[in-house]
Write a protein that binds this ligand. Structure first.
Ligand code: ZN
Length: 100
């Protein structure tokens, strides 16, 4: 029987290699993680006729939630800014860098 720590080491390198080869295959096919995420969609919980890309689902669901309460989301959303950006938006010293 293989020693436990040796087994775990092998398993670890297997996972790394598998991950690398999956990435290599995906790159050859012209995919990347972001593109794949873009293509995955969810059904909107407020309207089953809506198909929403996962990365947009939070915003979409919030809009549909407001709409279901009779609130115009465009009016409501216009006062909301992403993250803490609103706090710095007038500051020349702080530059907003978007990571996502
Ligand atoms: Zn919706």
């Amino acid at each position: 029987m293989m020693e436990r720590s040796a087994f775990l080491r092998n398993l670890g390198s297997f996972i790394v290699k598998t991950d690398q080869s999956l990435k290599a295959i995906a790159e050859k096919l012209g995919w990347n993680a972001k593109k794949l995420a873009d293509e995955e969609t969810l059904v909107c919980p407020y309207n089953s006729g809506h198909r929403v890309p996962i990365r947009r689902s939070e915003v979409h669901e919030e809009r549909c939630r407001l709409r279901s309460m009779g609130i115009d989301p465009d009016v409501e959303m216009s006062v909301k800014l992403e993250g803490s950006e609103f706090f710095y938006q007038k500051s020349k010293q702080v530059v907003t860098i978007k990571t996502g």
